[in-house]
Design a protein around this ligand. Sequence first.
Ligand SMILES: Nc1ncnc2c1ncn2[C@@H]1O[C@H](COP(=O)(O)OP(=O)(O)O)[C@@H](O)[C@H]1O
Ligand SMILES: [Mg+2]
Length: 242
Amino acid sequence: MTGNAITAEGLRKRYGETQAVDGATFEVRHGEFYGILGPNGAGKTTTLEIVEGLREPDEGTATLLGEPSWPRNKTLLRRIGVQLQASAFFERLSAREQIHTFASIYGVPTARADEMLETVGLAEKSRTRENKLSGGQAQRLSIACALVHDPELVFLDEPTTGLDPQARRNLWDLLRTINSEGRTVVLTTHYMDEAEVLCDRVAIMDEGRVLRVGAPAQLIEELGVRSLEDVFLQLTGREYRE
Ligand SMILES: Nc1ncnc2c1ncn2[C@@H]1O[C@H](COP(=O)(O)OP(=O)(O)O)[C@@H](O)[C@H]1O
Ligand SMILES: [Mg+2]
């Protein structure tokens, strides 16, 4: 494939007095595992939503798989997966009913949906209602729903927030698998360790701006420091706080 999976050029978005995104420019390559890393309030979610085509930027342009993200493009929706927050599940449905609903929206056979439940390790929870799943199980179900139509590119917004260490590691393995199958993965995170172990490249974001992009090890080397926390300190003059 030619070109980038994503290009974002000069994105800006303001909410009232808050400049949530303040000129974000970056590119994601096909097949890349890409992280948008920064503290709470850095503008990660807003940036992701603009790239996904869910939000119109005030300024700038984003392209997704070669097409403009905005105005919203229905043919693109089939080619991308967007992990919804667990709170966006349909109420009172079991895990299996949940993913079958997503499958029917995309015209995907239910057998494929059941396969996805198995892939994310939820086959045994298929009859469990969404509100009875643990945090890690709910995250895995939302990822399964985002993958059911076999998208080329998957967006995940803070997929491991609130999970215990074991559940986080299990989810990391799942995300690595998804990426190694050839899908482009874009995630946001405020966890430095997560960015470091998972991402081919990260965009370090703060106060709506992309401060630096590179492979974690390369950023650490370029700035002559010991960790991504130190990279953030060098770039902002502030200690990193999640
Ligand atoms: N819908 C909204 N209305 C008003 N302010 C918002 C809205 N969404 C985000 N913000 C503000 O914009 C800034 C960036 O938010 P967000 O993109 O959610 O950052 P992050 O995902 O990095 O935490 C924050 O100051 C946040 O409070
Ligand atoms: Mg966010």
